[in-house]
Design a protein around this ligand. Structure first.
Ligand code: KG4
Ligand code: ZN
Length: 349
């Protein structure tokens, strides 16, 4: 069964063709980094306009690279949310149009659940497991069990981890997207040079909070008079490598403390980390060390499946093909989380 996946929830326009939910025949991702870089963050209106410009060639390329045509497809799967509403509507409307024109069934899927499919595509998801999705918009820990819907153990109360990295990188003038820029700047830096808080550390809750960390960096820089200087002439109060390394370390430690607490609470032998932040080398190395100490195996998708892509959307659509809309024209996009997961007792709530 051939599924065409379409993903436009944020600033990546993506299309993919996946065979039987696991074999990726093509996966095309066109990012918008050039467009948003001058602003140091995503400008939603510009993101949706760019999606509109490139969605047709991106889908055409995905079909071409998979060596198939619309008539050989069996199913279309599209991200309905959560994400930027204007961006989501481009992919969703395009998918509705394709479905109407071809008669193909259309399955609306959840972006976050899509990220949870990435290990499946990469060879299989070890279950039962605890899974962290850490991206620019989401930081949530799930309990995954065979043949059961994922349940939420903890989630961020404010900023996502990727967002915290992006905002710090912007403050430090490192460019966009911030996560990889900060990681590069941190090379050779001293991770203990600046004492930063570990928000909610020691709390029994499995929730996260990152806004205090961002504020701590802001307050430090402000006290040092950093923001009193002209933007072009700004001098950091300590080396950018030390600042970036200290901040990255605080984010990684905060993420991992909760993940391993969740894995221990669920008594699971597997921890899965997905989403854009899962590309981070420090996170991977530190998680591997912590996992070794605790007898917990840590799993990641390959780099290209960590960040947003449509292969994960096609894979999820295939799995949820029984949920194809009876009238695709009535599908709505949603901006905030509508995951049907429930919090469990292990989530401390
Ligand atoms: O999953 P994703 O592509 O999009 C969302 O669903 O948000 O994740 C993007 C996020 C951004 O915040 C970006 O800064 C972060 O992932 N990211 C990284 C790295 N690569 C991407 N964060 C830390 N280290 C990286 N190497
Ligand atoms: Zn994502």
């Amino acid at each position: 069964m051939l599924t065409l996946g379409i993903e436009t929830s944020c600033d990546d326009t993506a299309a993919a063709v996946v065979l039987d939910g696991t074999t990726v025949l093509s996966s095309v991702v066109q990012n918008q980094d050039d467009l948003h870089a001058p602003f140091g963050g995503i400008v939603p209106e510009m993101a949706s306009r760019r999606h509109l410009e490139v969605i047709t060639p991106v889908v055409a390329r995905a079909l071409d690279e998979a060596d198939c045509s619309l008539s050989s497809l069996d199913l279309i799967s599209v991200t309905a949310g959560p994400g930027l509403l204007g961006s989501l509507l481009v992919g969703l409307s395009y998918a509705k149009g394709l479905s109407y024109a071809t008669g193909l069934p259309l399955v609306p899927v959840d972006h976050i659940e899509g990220h949870l499919m990435t290990l499946e595509i990469a060879g299989g998801t070890p279950l039962p497991a605890v899974a962290l999705i850490s991206s620019g918009g989401h930081t949530t820990v799930f309990n995954l069990k065979r043949d059961e819907a994922p349940t939420i153990l903890g989630s961020t109360l404010d900023d996502a981890a990727g967002e915290a990295l992006d905002k710090a990188a912007k403050m430090l003038g490192l460019g966009f997207p911030g996560g990889p820029a900060l990681e590069k700047a941190a090379l050779g830096g001293n991770p203990t040079a600046l004492a930063l808080p570990r928000p909610m550390s020691g709390s029994r809750s499995l929730d996260f909070s990152f806004s205090g960390l961002k504020t701590a960096l802001f307050t430090y820089l402000k006290r040092q008079g950093y923001f009193d200087q002209t933007i072009e002439g700004r001098q950091l109060p300590m080396s950018v490598a030390d600042l970036a390394a200290s901040y990255q370390n605080a984010v990684v430690e905060t993420l991992l403390e909760r993940c391993f607490a969740a894995a221990t609470a669920c008594n699971t032998a597997h921890l899965i980390i997905v989403g854009g932040v899962a590309r981070n080398t420090l996170l991977r190395e530190q998680a591997a060390r912590m996992g070794d100490d605790r007898g917990i195996e840590v799993h990641y998708p390959p780099h290209h499946l960590c960040t947003d892509n449509a292969a994960m959307i096609a894979a999820l659509g295939y799995r949820e093909r029984h949920k194809a809309a009876s009238d695709p024209m009535t599908i709505n996009a949603y901006s905030t989380k509508a995951l049907k997961a429930r919090r469990t007792a292990a989530g401390g709530k």
